[in-house]
Design a protein around this ligand. Structure first.
Ligand code: HEM
Ligand code: HEM
Length: 332
């Protein structure tokens, strides 16, 4: 571990991030097994067929509401949380500058990234903001999407009640379409998120920042073993090159597959009927949608792997502490 892995999440946040990811993956798997029941027949069967998958989706939906209530309460009454909240708010001047400088940097017209864009790459913890403008964007977009998914999910909970309320079947169906469409938008964001944090050259195959709490990570100021941030000690894994290309291809293929699938399968944006699925069983669409689900599955695996690495790291730290205490070197 190097100080490049400077933590930013507290222990509660790492646990919350893992639970949120697990629940959102469940919502994706069950939601899309309903929507693309012909292309994802195997997933539907794995999740207990039509009845099982709908029950699972609703239970995971409730879990998301419970997690959100917990998090909002925690943000209001948790120690030091309200000051953290300020870090999430946009700083229009600097965040816009950081974006413009990033474009220039990509075109080779700027020497370095703006401080508000810094997330990785050789800076020490105190040179990096708690959230870069990209991180703020992720929080904002995921929050809006999840809130809208919860509201529309509750609205379509009982379709007969919804039809009675809106008097027309089309208006009721539009809510189902809206919910499914929002899911697709969220899916794109989550796939990029998995790609960003799974395939970064410095951290591949998984960036541990979201899994190891900052209190457990050595920072430059108390990691006296070496000069600098540790970037010079990193070696690019030989498999990164093909893995990043394959991962990028799968993300793009998966997004295109799910987008096209949602147009064909549910008469996007308003589904033709209230019974889901039943679209054309096109082989390319089937491959694209399955690749999309595979990318999500990779995200789930990486999330589990991140937690396995966390517990391995904690064990090593404990053992090192015990060894230092036994040979008496723990005092210096
Ligand atoms: C559906 C699943 C997930 C959701 C809803 C989610 C949500 C979030 C949110 C809201 C943030 C804070 C914004 C940010 O700092 O970028 C975040 C940060 C992070 N997530 Fe996730 N995440 C998910 C899955 C994953 C997975 C699978 C990984 C690992 C591959 C991961 C790795 C990270 C990392 C490393 C950060 C810290 C980024 C930083 O430096 O700011 N996340 N996640
Ligand atoms: C990441 C979050 C979520 C995603 C990706 C998602 C995705 C989906 C998808 C794709 C469908 C099928 C839509 C269609 O028929 O075209 C669906 C249906 C549904 N979702 Fe969600 N959803 C999410 C969150 C929620 C939440 C939070 C709730 C409840 C509070 C919920 C409740 C429902 C209900 C009741 C249905 C209708 C099932 C039926 O046909 O009986 N969803 N969802």
């Amino acid at each position: 571990m190097t100080s490049l892995d400077h933590g930013k999440f507290t222990k509660t946040t790492t646990v919350f991030h893992s639970l949120l990811a697990l629940d959102v993956f469940l919502l994706f798997f069950s939601g899309y097994a309903v929507m693309f029941n012909d292309e994802l027949w195997w997933l539907l069967a794995l999740m207990g067929g039509n009845t099982g998958v709908l029950a699972l989706h609703r239970i995971a939906g409730f879990a998301l509401i419970a997690l959100t209530v917990f998090w909002v309460t925690f943000m209001i009454i948790g120690p030091g949380r309200r000051s953290n909240f300020r870090e999430v708010l946009p700083d229009l001047r600097n965040d816009t500058r950081a974006f413009v400088q990033d474009v220039k940097f990509l075109l080779g017209r700027a020497d370095e990234r703006h401080p508000h864009a810094r997330q990785f790459a050789g800076y020490t913890a105190d040179e990096v903001p708690l959230l870069s403008y990209v991180g703020k964007g992720v929080v904002f977009i995921f929050t809006v999407e999840l809130v809208l998914l919860m509201i529309s999910g509750l609205l379509i909970w009982s379709k007969p009640a919804l039809m009675q309320f809106f008097q027309t079947k089309t208006a009721a169906m539009a809510f189902v379409g809206f919910h499914g469409l929002l899911g697709v938008v969220m899916l794109m964001g989550v796939m990029f998120h998995i790609f960003e944090h799974g395939f970064h050259p410095a951290f591949y195959p998984v960036e541990l920042k979201a899994f190891i709490p900052k209190s457990d990570i050595p920072h430059a100021d108390h990691d006296g073993e070496h000069e600098g941030t540790g970037i010079e000690r990193l070696r690019l894994r030989p498999s990164w090159n093909w893995a990043v290309n394959l991962g990028g291809l799968a993300v793009v293929g998966g997004i295109v597959g799910v987008l096209l699938g949602s147009i064909y399968d549910s008469g996007y944006p308003v589904p033709g009927t209230l019974t889901v699925g039943g679209g054309p069983t096109n082989v390319f669409l089937t491959i694209g949608i399955n690749v999309g689900i595979l990318v999500l599955f990779l995200g789930l695996v990486l999330s589990v792997y991140g937690n396995v690495l966390r517990s391995r790291y904690e064990r090593q730290v404990r053992e090192r502490g015990r060894a230092a205490a036994t040979d008496g070197s723990g005092d210096d």
